[in-house]
Design a protein around this ligand. Structure first.
Ligand code: F6R
Length: 357
């Protein structure tokens, strides 16, 4: 039930700090670090390449998963949209491991790939919020998200839960491989949960940003580099699906190769700046769009912020930034939809789980 909340989406956004703490509680083990099935550990150790397959928001979490697994566990990862994979299958490595990411565990496009790769004799792990779901039953292994039921059509808490579980999996694999890391995922996730709480208490500010930038507009661009780019894709998806504003996420450096032609006077451009190594380059991209009249809004992270940034999120480990930078974007999308009188929890033309291919 929604309780005192006007919408499930807002309730689910607010639940994110609790979901992260629940994940910590479920996966933490006092002695060896993390509680993870030995079969999953073995599958990760044996894989020469990981193929992440998913749709929509779960696909966006997959990109962050790639970064986490490659950075921490040093296994190459490819990320694929499920509906493309079956018809346009990449050349597979010798010992692939498939990871299906799916909130519902019922997405038909993802299932079609699972059936195919099982027929080919490959192993599959499903990361899902619904343990008894089809994708969970049909895969060899399951990791549970513990996010609780997600009712709003727009996925929020499942996305952050997916990235948290992927971080734990990446870290655990690194540890099993004997890779020395100065990264304690439990500690980093606790910092994330606290930062999420801070952000969830700044809703007035998000409502203001939505009003200032999105009240009248037909379109909106989200830009970022590296992990911020992946979050830009998710920010754009959230905004378009519930507010019907045409929105696109772009890699900051790619804008000038065509898309910048769309920037007009007052076009909103929301830029993320949470990664030290791309902090200056993304700011030059903002200058480029400003010079064409854009109404830019920089959301940066404490420590990398500069005067004039519209909003500053608390500092977390750089690999963890997507878990918190997405919260302002979820809230901005929510308020933009609310201001336009849209049905936030049940946007037109969409269903919570997509069970047709
Ligand atoms: C976006 C959204 C969809 C789902 C996609 C995959 O807010 O909810 O893009 O993420 O349909 O669904 P699952 O994760 O259930 O496989």
């Amino acid at each position: 039930e929604k309780g005192t909340y006007p919408h499930f989406m807002l309730k689910e956004i607010d639940e994110q700090p609790f979901v992260i703490r629940k994940i910590i509680q479920k996966y933490q083990d006092e002695t060896s670090g993390l509680k993870l099935d030995d079969d999953i550990r073995r599958a990760m150790l044996e894989a020469d390449r990981v193929y992440i397959v998913a749709c929509g928001t779960s696909y966006h979490a997959g990109f962050v998963g790639k970064q986490l697994i490659e950075t921490l566990a040093k296994i190459p990862v490819e990320v694929h949209v499920a509906s493309e994979f079956s018809y346009n299958m990449p050349l597979l490595s010798e010992k692939p491991l498939f990871i299906f990411i799916s909130q519902s565990g019922e997405t038909a496009d993802s299932r079609a790939v699972l059936v195919k790769v099982k027929e080919m004799g490959h192993r599959a792990l499903t990361i899902t919020n619904v343990p008894g779901s089809t994708l969970s039953r049909e895969a060899d292994y399951t990791l549970h998200l513990y996010a609780g039921p997600e009712i709003a059509v727009a996925s929020t808490k499942a996305y952050t839960a997916q990235m948290a579980v992927l971080a734990l999996l990446a870290f655990d694999t690194a540890k099993q491989k004997g890779i020395a890391l100065d990264f304690d995922p439990i500690q980093e996730l606790s910092i994330v949960a606290n930062a999420m709480e801070v952000l969830c208490n700044q809703k007035d500010e998000m409502e203001k940003i939505a009003r200032e930038y999105l009240a009248e507009t037909r379109n909106c661009f989200f830009i970022g580099r590296g992990l911020d780019y992946y979050v830009s894709l998710e920010g754009a998806l959230k905004l378009k699906e519930i507010s019907y504003i045409q929105a696109e996420g772009f890699a900051g450096g790619e804008l000038k190769h065509g898309t910048i032609a769309l920037i007009e006077d007052r076009t909103p451009v929301i830029a993320l700046a949470t990664q030290e190594k791309v902090n200056l380059p993304i700011r030059s991209n903002v200058k480029e769009v400003d010079a064409r009249g854009a109404n830019s809004c920089i959301i940066s992270m404490k420590g990398l912020d500069q005067s004039g940034d519209r909003f500053v999120i608390p500092a977390v480990h750089e690999l963890m930034t997507p878990l918190i930078s997405v919260i302002p974007l979820q809230l901005i999308a929510y308020y933009a939809a609310l201001h336009r009188g849209c049905d936030v929890d049940k946007p037109r033309n969409l269903a919570k789980s997509v069970t047709v291919e």
